[in-house]
Design a protein around this ligand. Structure first.
Ligand code: HEC
Ligand code: HEC
Length: 451
């Protein structure tokens, strides 16, 4: 599938602005041209081509460009033509974009290499077969295009650095960017399952990744949430209540739309397609393990190379339910997450969510087991899909299932003491804080963005 460069890739901001000294057009960031938005309510500029000079919205030197959340503007989030509405071309890594200091350059290059191929670059800290790039785009896989963190169809990291430090409801604290990256190791990279656990706050690797993110951020609007940031999760009518998500229908859709790359067993192909569940996947505390998050990701990013073609909200939630019905590694501190307000409904691997929704296990797992579809890494084919697929639209809370229903593996990693690194990444107050509970309940749905 060939991707057309202009729509596919994140195009770094180039701010073209006129000054009072007529005829001087200052080119202010890197490659390309950006279309400025007008004030609130104005239609977005169609194009900034042809050297058209526009006024900046608000102040610019005091860094308040784009003071509105760009997602509130008229264009849709990551729609097919978003690339034309706000123009980004991927920033190239070369002498003009890198800082002058050679040591800093080296750190940025190292950071890029780690993002692209995390399990090979840092095997002692990664407890699965994933790389940051598998979700954030642009890795070392032969199938991958673009540059790490700059693929607008994946989860781009351009403009992210400006958002730290930030609040996180899951562990109820402010975190800085290094702690955010450590959290990604803890969860998405399943570091507790590795020899040395989460890399240290001050390690060279964490500094390298921080440097790379700062480099990625240069030239993008600051103090804002650019429209390409954050997965768009289902809202309102789009949202299927967790108990009505149908992972059995999801299995059918998976075979049709995903299995050709990720395999009939969900294990992918090493070096080409990443695994979606099982021992080599993200753990049960990862953001991708939440059904609305993974549904949003699937809708924006998959099938790889043909993003936006599998976009029906119900379909992506059913597939996400199927993916997150499976066994995956267990994060030891998972029960401490969201200590005060409780895990959100979409966190189907969390006991407290399951109990609140009236289930004795992950509701997605329960439905697969009721339909006799394997939840481990066995291969499946159409013969496992029952005739009465619609039955699994129902909550089916009171049905009982036979057999083992462990959805995650409790594994002990005896040689590793992860408590120190985990605490650093997740210092959380486990005491209930009634006063903040209500505020958090709202906070979580909007600002929970953990990987
Ligand atoms: C054409 C092959 C292809 C198809 C079809 C495809 N994917 Fe992917 N998928 C990929 C590749 C390649 C990556 C990693 C991209 C990278 O590393 O840059 C990926 C990454 C992912 C990830 C994040 C990494 C991980 O392993 O957890 C998820 C989740 C995912 N795909 C889900 C799906 C779902 C659900 C479908 C079906 C709707 C699907 N994919 C269809 C190729 C594919
Ligand atoms: C299995 C998929 C997956 C992997 C692997 C992964 N992430 Fe993420 N990451 C996510 C998801 C999902 C989010 C939340 C996206 C959102 O904001 O809606 C996220 C968000 C982030 C963010 C915040 C983005 C923002 O704009 O606020 C950072 C930073 C980040 N990840 C860094 C990393 C790093 C570093 C690694 C590797 C060590 C990594 N991620 C590996 C899925 C993944």
């Amino acid at each position: 599938m060939s991707k057309s460069d202009s729509t596919l890739l994140l195009k770094p901001v180039l701010l073209v602005f006129g000054t009072v000294f007529a005829a001087i057009v200052v080119v202010f960031a890197i490659n390309g041209a950006v279309a400025f938005l007008g004030g609130p309510g104005d239609a977005p500029a169609a194009s900034a081509g042809g050297g058209e000079v526009r006024d900046l919205p608000g102040t610019w030197n005091g860094s308040k460009w784009y003071s509105e959340d760009l997602r509130e503007q008229e264009f849709q989030y990551k729609n097919a033509t978003a690339g034309e509405e706000v123009n980004f071309v991927p920033k190239k890594m070369n002498n003009s974009t890198l800082p002058e200091n050679e040591n800093r350059r080296e750190l940025i290059r190292e950071g890029r290499a780690i993002f692209a191929n995390t399990s090979n670059e840092m095997p002692e800290h990664v407890g699965n077969d994933l790389s940051c790039a598998n979700c954030h785009g642009g890795g070392d896989l032969p199938t991958t295009t673009g540059m790490v963190g700059q693929d607008i169809d994946m989860i781009p990291l351009v403009g992210t650095a400006a958002g730290y430090p930030e609040w996180t409801g899951r562990t109820q604290r402010m975190r800085d960017m290094r702690q955010r990256i450590m959290g990604c190791f803890l969860r998405s990279m399943n570091s507790p399952g590795s020899e040395e656990g989460v890399p240290a706050y001050d390690s060279r690797e964490i500094q390298a990744m921080e440097s790379y993110m700062v480099w990625l951020n240069k030239g993008t609007p600051s103090e804002t949430v650019p429209y390409w940031r954050h997965i768009e999760k289902p809202e309102g009518d789009e949202k299927v209540p967790v108990s009505e998500i149908n992972p059995v229908r999801g299995a059918e859709l998976y075979l049709e739309n995903c299995a050709s790359c990720h395999g009939a067993d969900g294990q992918g192909i090493e070096g080409q397609y990443p695994p979606l569940w099982g021992a080599d996947s993200f753990n049960d505390g990862a953001g991708m393990g939440r059904v609305y998050t993974s549904a949003g990701f699937t809708r924006e990013a998959m099938p790889y190379g043909a993003a936006h073609t599998f976009s029906d909200w119900e379909d992506v939630q059913d597939v996400a339910g199927f993916m997150n019905a499976h066994k995956r590694p267990h994060l030891p501190r998972q029960p401490k997450d969201w200590a005060a307000a409780g895990a959100p409904d979409e966190a189907v691997y969390y006991n407290r969510t399951q109990q609140r929704l009236g289930y004795e296990m992950n509701p997605m797992t329960k439905k697969l087991m009721l339909a006799d579809i394997p939840i481990d890494d066995s291969e499946i084919d159409e013969s496992v899909i029952p005739d009465n697929v619609e039955r699994y639209d129902q909550p089916l809370r009171n049905e009982s299932v036979d057999g083992s229903w462990e959805t995650t593996w409790i594994r002990t990693y005896e040689d590793v003491d992860n408590s120190t690194s985990e605490d650093a990444a997740n210092q959380s107050s486990v005491t209930a804080q009634d006063a903040v509970t209500t505020a958090l309940a709202t906070e979580q749905s909007t600002s929970e963005t953990a990987s």
